[in-house]
Ligand binder design. Structure first.
Ligand SMILES: Cc1ncc(COP(=O)(O)O)c(C=O)c1O
Length: 398
């Protein structure tokens, strides 16, 4: 199987973790040797309810018995997609009320960028240095990390970059700007929160020049930061909200939400302004609805902030210089990239799953399922500090 994995399945790094999966349940993934791995990553913030949550599985099975794919996006009335879009609207502030469901986060970003151009009739998009919005051509064009873009140029034109949290650069947002796209909390950059009312200031400048604000909540959205949406922490409502990952409860999804008036523009000039075959798929939508209901109807979100404090309390070590982020979207920053690499690999041997962040080599990703228990958090943190102790003692010897 290992040989076939490397031969037949396209690889995107020369050194994947290559753990062979048997099954997964709750906060644990089991390999084919039946070793249990405590999951501090949750499929990169996607499995918000852990693995195989019974309510998500029930919703999927219920829909499987009714129908699978029946028609391309938007033509037929399919209850799971309608109910999901309505549920999302119910939990969003006005004017965010109409949702387009996609198959992935990056595809939702593409839709949002197109919508911004369609609404404003302008072409310029402003993004942030170190931003990550996905890997299709539009999303890649607004990625703020040149090293990963150069090979694929030319990308879409008319994209400019500002520095996240730098107010002096807000004047770059002008009457030429169709939209500013920002992650509410910068993920790949190292879980950087907006400071000093930055998002509100961006919002104000957008309003001044008639540009739209797109917030990418694909990672913080749906409870991960302790509120349903990250923007609630910063008192800033976007014109277009993009979500994904945790919305799906382990199934592939993306969504962009805007006012009905804006979204209606996708109906003409051109008609069929954004097309997808599988977006809003009934099985995925049913899983997503079960997921968001569980998140909003339980006390998972308030517990998320308590769990953040528990992690902060138990992850104190001389080799950890800082813990960034909010809720269960945390990054432990170690004193070197080499130490981070060692921890991630050694923790894996000890049955704890950790991962990297894209653009911050010193960061250890800590984004467990929201359903993780306090005991599991303490257990995982102990593995990290034990591995760190060992690395620390080796550094002191040499
Ligand atoms: C902030 C952000 N935007 C967009 C994406 C792209 O989502 P997807 O991988 O589902 O295309 C990601 C995925 O990591 C993300 O974290």
């Amino acid at each position: 199987m290992q040989e076939d994995f490397f031969k037949y399945q396209a690889q995107i790094t020369p050194h994947p973790l290559a753990m062979r999966i048997s099954h997964a349940e709750g906060s644990y993934i089991y390999d084919t040797n039946n070793k249990a791995h405590l999951d501090f990553v949750a499929g990169v913030s996607a499995c918000s309810l852990g693995h195989k949550h019974p309510k998500v599985v029930k919703a999927i099975k219920g829909q499987l018995d009714k129908y699978l794919h029946v028609m391309v996006y938007g033509e037929y009335i399919q209850e799971p997609a309608v109910d999901l879009a309505k549920f999302i609207a119910k939990h969003l502030p006005k004017p965010l009320e109409t949702t387009y469901l996609t198959n992935s986060g990056t595809e939702a970003i593409e839709g949002a960028l197109k919508l911004a151009r369609r609404v404003t009739g302008r072409s310029e998009i402003i993004s942030a240095h170190l931003a990550y919005h996905g890997n299709t051509m539009g999303s890649l064009s607004v990625m703020g990390f040149e090293e990963r873009k150069t090979t694929f140029r030319p990308l879409i034109p008319d994209v400019r970059f500002i520095t996240f949290n730098n107010e002096d650069e807000l004047s770059h947002i002008t009457t030429k700007t169709a939209a500013v796209i920002l992650e509410t909390i910068q993920g790949g950059a190292g879980f950087i929160e907006p400071t000093n009312n930055y998002l509100q200031k961006v919002r104000k400048q957008c309003d001044k020049v008639g540009a739209l604000l797109i917030l990418d909540e694909i990672q913080p959205g749906f409870g991960r930061t302790g509120k349903l949406f990250g923007f609630e922490h910063y008192d800033c409502i976007p014109d277009i909200l993009v979500t994904g990952k945790g919305l799906g409860g382990g199934m592939p999804i993306g969504a962009f939400t805007a006012s009905k008036a804006m979204m209606d523009l996708l109906q003409d000039n051109p008609k069929l302004g954004h097309i997808t075959t599988f977006g809003g798929h009934p099985v995925i939508a049913a899983a997503a609805l079960a997921t968001v209901k569980e998140i909003t109807e339980s006390d998972l979100m308030s517990q998320t902030l308590e769990k953040e404090q528990l992690i902060r309390k138990h992850l104190v070590h001389p080799l950890i210089s800082e813990i960034r982020g909010k809720g269960l979207m945390l990054a432990a920053i170690t004193t070197s990239a080499d130490i981070t690499n060692q921890i991630i690999l050694k923790a894996k041997d000890k049955g704890l799953i950790l991962f990297w962040l894209l653009f911050e080599p010193k960061a250890i990703r800590i984004t467990p399922p929201l359903t993780i228990s306090n005991d599991e958090i303490i257990k995982g943190c102990l593995i990290i500090t034990q591995v760190l102790d060992k690395i620390h003692s080796e550094i002191n010897i040499y």
